[in-house]
Design a protein around this ligand. Sequence first.
Ligand SMILES: *Cc1c(COP(=O)(O)O)cnc(C)c1O
Length: 325
Amino acid sequence: MLQLPTYDDVFAAAKRLEGHAHRTPVLRSTTADERWGAQFFFKCENFQRMGAFKFRGAFNALSKFDAAQRKAGAIAFSSGNHAQAMALAARILGMPVVIVMPYDAPAAKLAATRGYGAEVVQYDRFKEDREALTRRIAAERGMTLIPPYDHPDVIAGQGTAAMELILETGRPLDALYVCLGGGGLTSGCALAARALIPQCRVYGVEPEAGNDGQQSLRKGEIVHIDTPKTIADGAQTQHLGQYTFGIIKRDVTDIVTVSDAQLVEAMRFYAERMKMVVEPTGCLAFAAACAAGDAIRGKRVGVIVSGGNVDMARYGALLSGAAAA
Ligand SMILES: *Cc1c(COP(=O)(O)O)cnc(C)c1O
């Protein structure tokens, strides 16, 4: 039996993150409230360090290393936000870190990860198995592998985003919408919601093209899919994890999906009305809340804005309708 993390772990993570993670703002929008007839509370993790909530999970996991683990350091495979989160957390904690990335990862992401002081090891996506390569380096150098979502300390760290939101909004939320990829953020947020506001409905939101989580919830077991084609690149996961699914099937009300067109609409709203840059994956939660109609009317609705890392040329192209997945 897996030992699933609990709210106590989220609470302990919040203590570790104090003074290291930003306490991101909870923003309101009168326009959104009027247009959709609800009261929205936006937890803005696009303003988190390195631009996404993933700093929370990475920092929490690395903070728990013992002396030997700290000395040898950590390793991860990611070309997305987890890479930068691990790099920054390791730098703050003064430990070595290796990030395994494909040769064709975007130059900006490679530069950002190296910029935070990580050693980047590259591999050929079409010829090499990144997990095998990562495990080999981990074994050779005694490094501890931290996966992007399916790890108790990562989940607990991500849950602090919802914990802060819930504590700040005071009166209980009726619904909470969370962006869902591999489920680290959703499962952590569900732990916080179930402990603090048990009656709150908690929704994970996936891209329509990659609804493996929704299928898994319906089927009662983890469903694997091919890498989906969607502009939500942070949610192109092929399956949930053992830990994340264990929590999601127990604590999440439902998993819903949105189209890429809905993501662009939400992205435009954030830009025009709230003056903030949100990456496509970060728009999942709000896009679903907007589509919920009567289900949110008159309700207090929490929305996790998960990140803001998007290439500016791509951002412009998406907003002008010139880019697709
Ligand atoms: C990683 C990521 C997600 C998905 O998080 P999971 O924990 O994998 O579900 C959502 N939004 C952003 C911006 C991300 O970087």
